[in-house]
Design a protein around this ligand. Structure first.
Ligand code: SAH
Ligand code: MG
Length: 212
């Protein structure tokens, strides 16, 4: 938790919510422990979709397709390319895109983003990074290449449930590598020439970067 839970509850209580099919999918994801974007992050992503009206979206980390379907709901003209490498989730995501009539709007690429990203050559005006936190820093060179000028890069889960502010030695051993890499990622986003980044305590922490 990054901000006081009551604050998040209050903010979420103001929200208009999503269409029923997204609620259904959210419920399924939560029941099966699939880590989808939280309510406040959903509201922020919705805002960004309406504000940016992106034509081409790239998502790293599909899971079962919840965030891709949410983006598609609020940016209905966009084409979304989304990458997932977990073989148990891929068929579920594909079935969801089919079920909700989005197969022509959402392209699911199967495999490790570390191998897929270098092969992509399109430019994307919105990139949503929501995969393994420890790998964001490794994805960044390709992400920078794929992001069009004026485009937005949004990265989820960057504040590590609050652990990011602790000393590396205060976080449990297995989270230390991620801790170091995420601090490195945040520093790099802030110091990359041509990128302007804000770090926001939304959801599990999010960065929003614009490429000048
Ligand atoms: N964006 C989704 C949630 C994604 S959870 C939503 O909000 O609905 C993160 C997903 O990233 C997991 O399903 C995981 O399998 C996938 N992932 C992690 N590392 C990856 C990698 N290197 N390449 C492709 N997918 C990856
Ligand atoms: Mg996430």
């Amino acid at each position: 938790m990054i901000v006081e839970e009551r604050m998040t509850t209050f903010i979420n209580s103001m929200d208009l919510g999503n269409p029923e099919y997204l609620n259904e999918l959210e419920k399924y994801a939560l029941e099966t422990f699939v880590p989808i974007i939280r309510k406040d992050m959903q509201a922020y992503l919705k805002f960004l979709m309406v504000q940016c009206q992106p034509a081409k979206i790239l998502e790293v980390g599909t899971a079962v397709g919840f965030s891709a379907l949410l983006m598609s709901e609020y940016a209905p003209d966009a084409h979304i390319t989304t990458i997932e490498n977990y073989d148990k989730r891929i068929p579920i995501a594909r079935a969801n895109f089919e079920k909700y009539g989005k197969s022509d709007r959402i392209t699911l690429l199967e495999g490790d983003a570390m191998e897929i990203l270098p092969k992509l050559s399109d430019r994307y005006d919105f990139i949503f990074m929501d995969a393994a936190k420890g790998q964001y820093i490794n994805f960044l060179p390709d992400i920078m290449r794929l992001l069009s000028p004026g485009g937005l890069l949004v990265s989820d889960n960057v504040l590590q449930d609050g652990d990011i502010i602790e000393s590396k030695y205060a976080v449990v051993r297995r989270d230390r590598t991620i801790h170091t890499r995420m601090r490195d990622y945040l520093y790099t986003l802030k110091h990359t020439e041509g990128l302007t980044t804000a770090i926001l305590p939304v959801g599990d922490g999010v960065t929003v970067s614009v490429k000048r």
